[in-house]
Design a protein around this ligand. Sequence first.
Ligand SMILES: Nc1ncnc2c1ncn2[C@@H]1O[C@H](COP(=O)(O)OP(=O)(O)O)[C@@H](O)[C@H]1O
Ligand SMILES: [Mg+2]
Length: 506
Amino acid sequence: MEENNRNSEVVLSVEHMDKNFGSTRALRDVSLSIRAGEVRGLIGENGSGKSTVTSIVAGMQNADKGTMTYQGREWKPKSMIDALEHGIGMIVQESGTVPGISVAENIFLADVDKFKKGIVMNRKAMIREAQEILDEIGAEDIRAEMMTAALDIQSRKLIEIARVMRKKPKILIVDETTTALSQKGRDIIYNIMKKMSSEGRSAFFISHDMEEIMNECDALTVLRDGQIIRTFDKEEFDEDLIKKSMIGRELQGDYYRSDYDGSFGDEVVLEAQHITVHSSEPLKDFSIQLHKGEILGIGGLSQCGMHTLGKVLFGALRPQSGRALVHGQPVKDEADAMSHNVGYVSKDRDTESLVLQAPIQDNISVGGIDKFAKGGFMILPTAEKKYVNEQVKSLEVKCQNPAQYVSALSGGNKQKVVFGKWIGRGSDILILDCPTRGIDIGVKQTMYQLMTRMKKEGKSIIIISEEMAELIGMSDRIAIMKDGQLSTVMKREDKPQEADIIKYMI
Ligand SMILES: Nc1ncnc2c1ncn2[C@@H]1O[C@H](COP(=O)(O)OP(=O)(O)O)[C@@H](O)[C@H]1O
Ligand SMILES: [Mg+2]
């Protein structure tokens, strides 16, 4: 058992837990406990075991070895529903709402029967109760009678939170939920955890956001390669020390680029000409040019148009007027963009960038997905196999072997495969839409180093990002967008500061 200087009683403890997936040792002799009223942060690189340990606590899967004790008794949940009935609820990383039914039905799901009398359903009572829960967690903007399909990701996440909070859990587990949320959504989660804590209830909070996790947690446990490295009490929080224990070494080399030389070639390789798109994230007569050897950062508030721009430039979205040009030629569609060696890493990497139900090697392999997308697997020639192995190694993809399915990888490792895929295709131009979102610092650094290397090789990159530090750290120029238009362009040589950038966003 670990030390914890608070005096309240331990509600849950995990002792000597092991969990293996094939040859992957996801958890190794993990012991961990949480006290009543404690908000415990879990942090560690992608694939370090955070989701595995918490999902075992929440009844999603079983451990291979070890015991758990909850409220003084042995804890062996049979399922997530069973765990929630006994007071342990988890909000998982992947979305879990049913689109075709109402918000209220999603909140009650398996329990809707409680509103049935014989064959008559008391919809009014169900909606009223659902609304009460939404109001209570601070999501009163969501109306319980609405259809879930009409709502955005953030609202759907809040519905999942309402579903769990309805059961008044003694322990709430929040697994990397905040990455998908705006500040308002994040505040809802912080408030829930604060309230629970004041009532002597507890929470496990998993996040890659250092600032948020240090602000919201009473203690922070660092995992690395399936092992607990150290638990920091609040007084001991020290960003550098925490990062160091996460990666087991000092970050070697530069994190972002270290130079202030924002020079690039004269040749325009990709261009947006007077592009107008009518959509929920519109563009209004937008123009910009990407040059050979340039890293062009694009930033702005949500709905500023930056994600739409990425899609238009890759030919994935047809503008109402204006056009995208690659090497001076109009981009007809995605296939056309790819034939000009343009690569695109989507914000929504799972659904758009990878074939999850296929091996890593097929995703990375030269030529990539097209060859096998229609079913059947590829037989890789030796040279190609060697190439794939090299990519997996140089990107440090954590996997059993390249034949493993992408679906089994953690977020950061999936993202490495996405990069590997586009590099494998020999992309000269990369459009990256929030490539490091929800990814830990170790993987981020790999990506930044890769981008720097590509620039040096004369390749061109657009990085669309919500993180100002990343834009400042990596870009030769930063274009700030506002309401579908260009607000300003800043140069690397001028060393722009976050405060200057924000002024142009709002
Ligand atoms: N269902 C699974 N099948 C195979 N490997 C898995 C599965 N779930 C997790 N893993 C592996 O176990 C390790 C720990 O994963 P996970 O707990 O998801 O990490 P984290 O949440 O810290 O990013 C990783 O190497 C991951 O690839
Ligand atoms: Mg995880």
